[in-house]
Design a protein around this ligand. Structure first.
Ligand SMILES: NC(=O)c1ccc[n+]([C@@H]2O[C@H](COP(=O)([O-])OP(=O)(O)OC[C@H]3O[C@@H](n4cnc5c(N)ncnc54)[C@H](OP(=O)(O)O)[C@@H]3O)[C@@H](O)[C@H]2O)c1
Length: 338
């Protein structure tokens, strides 16, 4: 994997090819991740040289991901291994989605998209306080709000740059029409969308659009929510406390086909002498136009394993085997994050 830091658009912010995504640390992928595990996982990432940390206002009902980062870096409490200087990490945050109680759901909460400027400003201030810092390096609008013209949300983010609350701005979960309207109001340094070996929709329009304009493409779900790390079992049933239970990708025949795909990748990883997750992350990072790959993790062990993907280089035989396995798997059902 090419380890060279890459600049986010025309901003002053640079990131490495891998970043730690902090959604699972907040117990949002599956329940039961402790605060201790979350803090240790962030610290392990920093110590392994993964300094691009991706969080959001809604990562945890009470901002658990922001809080874990602040604690792990020694910004909000005494970290066992000392305080990390502010400029040693890139903190990417997001605003525009929050949780509200909803007794009809299990767990009893629902995501609310709210892109009104006053709401965005308030979320940013709260997130920064949880983190124990005064600015983000990169701040995304988490998702366009269909009830608010995107120019209004973009204007709010532009004013947050002017106020020194972030060094650069990104947009997540938007198509190219909205990206263009956003960029006309606020300089856009990065877009964030999902991408992995089996979910490659961004290659149709979003990725070429960003490449043509020099806008960074940061991708999530590289491990397909853990499936491509190769440790899920046939017949595995996800409890309702595990958000994967609701996706067709983790149920019935689609799940079995995905596990067949994973089995087809195993000999490729074995021949290169790397764990499956490293093969998958190395492939993802080398796809043209991909700037940084955000993997989620729930333990220091997962982080250390995934961080070693930076030392993994694919050869042509590996690329060809992966191409064949993707073709044999065929299309997967389309999924949206929000
Ligand atoms: N902008 C958006 O709307 C958006 C949406 C989704 C995600 N994101 C960002 O992108 C990040 C990545 O996405 P993601 O976390 O959902 O998916 P992911 O990176 O594809 O998968 C993460 C999951 O994979 C499992 N895992 C990771 N490393 C492993 C290893 N070495 N061995 C075995 N299992 C391993 C963990 O599962 P267990 O939990 O079972 O341990 C972890 O929760 C997020 O954390 C978040 O920061 C952004």
């Amino acid at each position: 994997m090419n380890p060279t830091p890459r600049r986010l658009g025309s901003s002053s912010v640079s990131v490495g090819p891998l970043g730690l995504g902090c959604w699972p640390l907040a117990g949002m992928t599956r329940a039961g991740v402790t605060r201790e595990a979350a803090v240790a996982t962030v610290r392990a990432a920093f110590e392994a040289g993964i300094t691009h940390l991706d969080t959001a206002y809604c990562y945890g009902e009470r901002g658990e991901a922001d809080r874990a980062i602040g604690a792990a870096l020694g910004w909000t409490s005494e970290a066992p291994a000392g305080r990390v200087p502010r400029d040693a990490v890139v903190i990417a945050g997001k605003c525009g989605i929050h949780w509200e109680p909803d007794a009809s759901k299990d767990p009893p909460r629902r995501q609310v998209v709210d892109g009104r400027p006053e709401r965005l400003r308030a979320e940013v201030d709260e997130s920064l306080a949880r983190l124990g810092t005064d600015h983000f390096d990169l701040l995304y609008l988490h998702c366009p709000d269909p009830a608010v013209p995107i120019e209004e949300s973009a204007g709010a983010l532009k004013r947050l740059v002017d106020a020194g609350k972030t060094r650069a701005v990104g947009l997540s979960n938007a198509g190219v029409d909205l990206m263009a309207r956003f960029a006309a109001v606020c300089p856009l340094s990065a877009c964030q969308l999902h991408f992995n070996m089996l979910q490659r929709e961004i290659e149709e329009t979003a990725l070429p659009w960003c490449r043509e304009r020099g806008i960074a493409m940061v991708v999530y779900w590289p491990l397909m929510k853990g499936l491509l790390a190769g440790r899920m079992r046939r017949g595995q049933v996800f409890p309702t406390s595990d958000s994967r239970h609701k996706y067709p990708l983790f149920n019935g025949p689609e799940f079995e086909r995905n596990l067949d795909f994973v089995d087809a990748l195993r000999p490729v990883a074995a021949r290169l002498g790397v764990p499956l997750a490293d093969l998958v992350l190395a492939w993802t990072a080398e796809q043209p136009g991909i700037t940084s790959v955000l993997f989620g993790a729930t333990s220091p062990e997962q982080v250390r394993e995934n961080a070693r993907a930076r030392a993994c280089d694919l050869d042509e035989a590996a690329r060809e085997s992966i191409r064949a396995a993707i073709a044999a798997r065929g299309p997967v059902p389309r999924t949206r994050a929000v």
